[in-house]
Design a protein around this ligand. Structure first.
Ligand SMILES: NC(=O)c1ccc[n+]([C@@H]2O[C@H](COP(=O)([O-])OP(=O)(O)OC[C@H]3O[C@@H](n4cnc5c(N)ncnc54)[C@H](O)[C@@H]3O)[C@@H](O)[C@H]2O)c1
Ligand SMILES: [Zn+2]
Ligand SMILES: [Zn+2]
Length: 352
């Protein structure tokens, strides 16, 4: 089969590799119909994720059709259409019992990381019963790829951990795919104001279309003053969706007493925490790796058309053009790219 293979820092190739086969009775093989590229894949490509070894097939998002199911798989059978979660989970360990699937003792984020991923014609999914979801009848399948990672991340780690409530003033720092997914799911709770901050005017404009009530370009003037000027005495919820010291700092300086800071961004370095001020303001600070435990609920919101995940898709490619897709996604600002969809027009078949 063809797959996108990581060959070491700065090197990837779309090449022929052996197709996966069942290893455990709880595995399935999924024939991928659509997948996408995540910012994390770009981090891997830069060599920032040393746990990814050379030869690994990348990708942790996708939808497809079950090609073969192991003998112990109960919830899925051949030909079922499925959404793949970026988090693999056994459903049986202590963490899974608490729905902390990110910390599954035999799973977590393994796809396109520790085992071969979804940017391929076929992928092996371990613990299929707990790691896949049925595609609802009539759903826009391609758009569901946004539910593998982006939407659960924005919703769980941003909106739910941030405890967004009706009438709240919410600030989202960073308008990448994660910030946008946070924005769209924060709207479930009818906040009074949604302030979105970014350095990219095109992304800010898109945020306005997605429901942001106020936009702040952090590259112009002091963003803290400008955000505070939009509030009485600060924001109820400050959501960090970038992963930098300066954006985390904006969050801790704009939050009002009793407020929440929900950090989603992946920080490569430690950040300065103004604990000397935050403690007396009764601030709650949360962090987290997406668990994808809200995926069933998000699927219902897509079905009821409360959520339209296809809004995030800006570019579409055939799998043969995947290298071009990486180029476009890698130059997201110039290309005005948010999420790219990669689909397989045809499959070469599952021979090695
Ligand atoms: N916690 C989790 O489970 C989880 C899961 C997925 C991704 N993430 C992390 O979430 C973060 C966002 O992901 P993404 O895919 O949207 O990334 P992205 O790089 O596409 O988006 C980041 C956005 O931040 C903006 N930005 C950069 N510097 C800024 C500044 N000084 N002020 C305001 N905006 C600024 C960029 O213009 C961009 O629009 C990343 O750190 C990613 O690693 C976390
Ligand atoms: Zn991802
Ligand atoms: Zn588990």
């Amino acid at each position: 089969m063809k797959a996108l293979v990581y060959l070491g820092p700065g090197q990837i190739a779309w090449k022929t590799v052996p197709a996966p086969s069942l290893r455990q009775p709880t595995d399935v093989i999924v024939k991928i119909t659509s997948t996408t590229i995540c910012g994390t894949d770009l981090h891997i490509l830069k060599g920032d994720v040393p746990t990814v070894s050379s030869g690994r097939v990348l990708g942790h998002e996708g939808v497809g059709i079950i090609e073969e199911a192991g003998s112990a798989v109960r919830a899925f059978k051949k030909h079922d259409r499925v959404l793949i979660s970026c988090i693999t989970s056994c459903g049986k360990c202590e963490y899974c019992k608490k729905q902390m699937y990110a910390h599954c003792e035999d799973g977590g984020w393994v796809l396109g990381h520790l085992i071969d991923g979804t940017q391929a014609e076929y992928v092996r999914i371990p613990h299929a019963d707990n790691s896949l979801y049925h595609v609802p009848e009539g759903a826009d399948e391609e758009a569901l790829v946004m539910l593998s990672d982006i939407f659960p991340t924005g919703f769980e780690i941003g909106v739910l951990y941030g405890a967004v409530k009706p009438g709240d003033v919410v600030a989202i720092i960073g308008a990448g795919p994660i910030g946008m997914a946070t924005l769209l799911t924060a709207r479930f709770y009818s906040p009074g104001k949604i302030i979105v901050a970014d350095t990219d005017p095109a992304r800010l404009e898109l945020a306005r279309r997605f429901g942001a009530t106020h936009l702040v370009n952090t590259g112009e003037g002091d963003p803290v003053d400008r955000i505070l000027a939009l509030t009485r005495d600060g924001v109820d919820v400050a959501i960090e969706a970038v992963g930098l010291q300066q954006t985390f700092d904006i969050c801790q300086r704009i939050v009002r007493p009793g407020g929440h800071i929900a950090n989603i961004g992946v920080h490569g370095k430690s950040v300065d925490l103004s604990l000397q001020r935050l403690w007396s303001q009764n601030i709650t600070l949360t962090t987290g790796l997406v668990n994808t435990n809200t995926t069933p609920m998000l699927l219902k919101t897509v079905q009821s058309k409360t959520l339209a995940p296809e809004q995030l898709i800006t570019h579409r490619f055939d799998s043969k053009e995947i290298m071009k897709a990486y180029e476009v996604f890698g130059n997201a600002a110039q290309e005005h790219a948010l999420k790219v969809i990669i689909s397989h027009a045809e499959h070469d078949g599952r021979q090695a």
